[in-house]
Ligand binder design. Structure first.
Ligand code: ZN
Length: 266
C-alpha cells in the first residue's frame, strides 16, 4: 500500500485546520455583526414609519387649516353680499352658500380632531410601553408601544455596538491576513500536488468537506474515529498503525494514525 498518498492528504488537512483555527479567532463576530445589522435595520424602519405618519399628519393638518380659512373668507364675503341683497331670493341663495361653507368647516374640524385623537392614542400606547419597561416586562411590549425616545436610544446603541464589532473584526482580519494568505498558498500547492498523485483521495476529502464538516481526515483516538467516536474494527488497527487509512463506517471520515498528523506539522 502506498502510504505517501495519505500523507499528502493529512498535510492538506493540517493546513486547512490551521486556517480554520485562525478563522475561529473571529469568535462568531461575523454572525454577531449580521444580527446587529438586522436589528438596526428593523429599528430604522420603525423610526422611519413613525416619521412618515407624523409628516402625513402635519401636511393634512396644514391643508385642513387652509380649507377652514378659505371657507371663512368665503362666508365673510357672502355675508357682505347679503347686506346688499336686493331681494329674498338673492339673500336665501347666499344663505345656502354660507351653510355649505359651514359644513365644509365642520368636516375639516372633525378630521383635525381625528388626527389629534390618533396622536393621543399613540402617545398613550407608548406610555403603556414605558410602564412595561420599568417593570421589566419586555416580552409584552409591542412595536408601537416602544416610546420614541427609547427607540432613538436603541438606534444609537445599535449603531455604536455595530461599529465596535466591525472594528474588532477588522483588527483580527488585518492581524491574521498575512498568515491566512500564506496558508492559502500552501493549500493551493498541496492540492495541486494531490491532484496529480491521489486524485480520488482529494475528491473524497472535498466531498466530505462540502457541507459544514471541516475535519475530513481525523486521528484514531482510543481505537475510535475521533470525528464521531465510533469504534474502529480491531482488524483495521494494524493497517492504521502502519500508516494506512480507514474510512469510518459511521461518518465516512478518513481515519489515520496520530503520528501522521505529527509528521504533517514538520
Ligand atoms: Zn467516524
Amino acid at each position: 500500500m502506498d502510504h505517501t498518498k495519505i500523507n499528502l492528504l493529512v498535510r492538506l488537512q493540517h493546513l486547512d485546520n490551521q486556517i480554520e483555527s485562525i478563522v475561529s479567532l473571529q469568535k462568531g463576530l461575523p454572525e454577531e455583526i449580521t444580527a446587529l445589522d438586522e436589528d438596526l435595520a428593523f429599528t430604522n424602519r420603525q423610526i422611519e414609519s413613525r416619521k412618515k405618519v407624523a409628516d402625513d399628519h402635519l401636511k393634512l393638518r396644514q391643508k385642513l387649516h387652509e380649507t377652514i380659512n378659505e371657507c371663512k373668507d368665503k362666508i365673510r364675503s357672502f355675508k357682505e353680499k347679503q347686506t346688499l341683497a336686493r331681494n329674498n331670493k338673492e339673500y336665501d341663495a347666499l344663505s345656502k352658500q354660507i351653510e355649505y361653507e359651514e359644513k365644509e368647516i365642520a368636516q375639516a374640524e372633525i378630521q383635525l380632531q381625528d388626527i389629534a385623537h390618533a396622536e393621543q392614542r399613540a402617545q398613550e400606547i407608548q406610555q403603556k410601553g414605558r410602564q412595561l419597561i420599568t417593570e421589566n416586562r419586555y416580552d409584552e411590549i409591542s412595536e408601537e408601544m416602544m416610546p420614541d425616545d427609547i427607540l432613538q436610544q436603541q438606534l444609537e446603541d445599535l449603531t455604536r455596538q455595530l461599529e465596535q464589532k466591525r472594528e474588532e473584526l477588522e483588527g483580527i482580519v488585518i492581524e491574521t491576513a498575512e498568515d491566512v494568505d500564506s496558508l492559502k498558498k500552501k493549500v493551493a500547492a498541496q492540492r495541486a500536488l494531490i491532484t496529480k498523485e491521489a486524485r480520488r483521495l482529494l475528491d473524497k476529502y472535498d466531498h466530505l468537506r462540502s457541507g459544514t464538516l471541516q475535519n475530513a481526515v481525523v486521528r484514531l483516538n482510543r481505537n475510535a474515529c475521533s470525528g464521531c467516536n465510533t469504534r474502529v474494527p480491531t482488524n483495521r488497527h494494524t493497517m492504521i498503525v502502519q500508516g494506512g487509512f480507514y474510512l469510518c463506517e459511521s461518518c465516512g471520515r478518513i481515519v489515520v494514525h496520530e503520528r501522521l498528523f505529527e509528521e504533517a506539522e514538520l
